[in-house]
Design a protein around this ligand. Sequence first.
Ligand code: Q46
Ligand code: ZN
Length: 307
Amino acid sequence: MKCSRCKATACVSLPSHHSGFCPDCFKLFFTRQVETAVRREKMFTRDERILVALSGGKDSLALMLELSSQGYDVTGLHIDLGIPDSSEKARAKVEAFCASRGLRLEVFEMAKWGLPIPDVKRFSTRPVCAVCGKLKRHHFNRIALAGGYDALATGHNLDDEVARLFANTLRWDVGYLSDQGPALPAREGFVRKVKPLFRLSEFETANYAFLQGIEIHSDPCPYASGASFTGHKELWGELEHRSPGQKFQFYQGFLQRGRRAFAALDKAEGDVLAPCTACGSPTNAGVCSICRIRESIREKKLEAGEA
Ligand code: Q46
Ligand code: ZN
């Protein structure tokens, strides 16, 4: 196969774009997709400071590299979850990546904050991933606001977004459906959140990371449960195989036609938020769920004689 742009030998075939690219032209394709995402969704400008959530996986590191190479003012943020054998490796990959490319990095340690994820797994009655995800989102938002960043960028790709949209649709979850999208504006207590890779598939970000020589952390988290998202991704892989471009059409159609309808519905049911009386994060419950989780695990640890 020949590169659709320069006619050299192609190394990546992209049926959904009816194209194939050589390494240089693939990089250009990737850059253009990110530029289009940032411009059309008005994600941020070159004068703004962007905090990039870095897990150590291919998507977040690809995002960081691409935004910095486009001249954006980026700082990485890694949350060390404190999971034995796993978190050290992820953190080492992120630190080596940022150090080798001269990129700024902040690291936040869940253990120092008093709640490493293994404690959540042992003492919480809720599924560990639900709590872990909530804690990560809380700290990303809190640290971005405290640091005066204009936006928080995450490495969600098209497959992530489609799997999430599909799951929310299966449940007709109005709250999530009204809130899902590649750019959520800032509002009281919440930083602007953006997903500049939303036009690119997982296959494309993996290729980018590989061709750019990024060393990624690819071991699965030992607590991952093979959640429903994985099954949804497989289903969508099948649909995309039969009809290339389906994923993007589904997501784009939702953004153009579906989201507004759900936002109108959600407004009617919407909650009034006020700062948490303990930590100041926005909540509709006096003390926020993060503070309640932290307190209940602290009590359970005390009962077990471990604190
Ligand atoms: S949520 Fe669950 Fe992840 Fe947290 S406990 Fe591991 S798998 S890291 S994306
Ligand atoms: Zn709180």
